[in-house]
Write a protein of this length. Structure first.
Length: 236
């Protein structure tokens, strides 16, 4: 019996030491088309990042604001895609930005087809009108307020596109490539289009501080992937 107990103890210890740990990250995607297309791209990229350091990666999908709150709370392990400026605006307490960025995103303004182009935040502010923005897009909201843009809060991008078509808002601020995919999925391309690009922003992985010991390894793997030009395309 003693020999059996010792064997089981050694087996469990060895198995625990060699097992792959799992990390869960939030992604601020709601629309089915965005999850279907970009969820796979993020999954493939992060598998390449974390597999060499013996970690499995899982994703949960939430509205943008809720995604940030849950990641910062420590209930999960971080957020997989968020703009660099969270620290500048004091939006998080417990998340650590990982360098280098994993990709970039074009911040675009959308409106009715055949509308005159809008080249920057100042031009958008001069247009006046009601500008839709998804809840939780804290950096874009701060920039909009800085320039005097009047915002209407949205629950999701698809809702904003529907409101544009119904003429209940005049413009929509959203990520370029992802939103254009949603427009295509909703067959709204004859009614809504991108009117201009307001910003080009870097997107980072954000790890909860409880995993700060992993940061050097994670950053090393991201740099390795950047060297071989592996990225997460968000502009198509």
């Amino acid at each position: 019996m003693l020999h059996l107990s010792l064997f089981l103890l050694l087996f469990c210890c060895c198995n625990a030491h060699g097992s792959t740990q799992s990390l869960t990250f939030a992604l601020p995607f709601e629309d089915v088309s965005s999850i279907k297309i970009y969820g796979k791209r993020f999954s493939s990229f992060y598998e390449s990042v974390f597999s060499p350091i013996n970690r499995d990666v899982k994703f949960v999908y939430y509205p943008s604001k809720r995604s940030l709150q849950i990641a910062d709370s420590g209930v999960i392990d971080g957020e997989a895609a968020r703009l660099a400026g969270l620290l500048e605006y004091g939006m998080v307490q417990n998340l650590i930005r990982i360098e280098p960025p994993i990709t970039e995103v074009q911040t675009r303004v959308f409106g009715e087809t055949n509308h005159p182009p809008i080249k920057d935040w100042q031009a958008l502010a001069k247009m006046g009108g009601r500008v839709g923005l998804q809840r939780g897009m804290v950096i874009w909201a701060a920039r909009a307020r800085k320039h005097g843009v009047k915002l209407v809060e949205l629950n999701r991008i698809g809702q904003g596109l529907d409101l544009l078509v119904a003429k209940r808002i005049d413009y929509l601020i959203a990520a370029g490539g992802i939103t254009e995919k949603v427009i295509h999925a909703k067959n709204q391309g004859d009614k809504v289009e991108a009117l201009g690009t307001l910003d080009l922003d870097n997107i980072h992985l954000w790890l909860h501080k409880k995993h700060q010991d992993l940061i050097p390894q994670v950053e090393k793997q991201i740099r390795r992937l950047k060297l071989i030009q592996k990225n997460i395309p968000l502009s198509d």
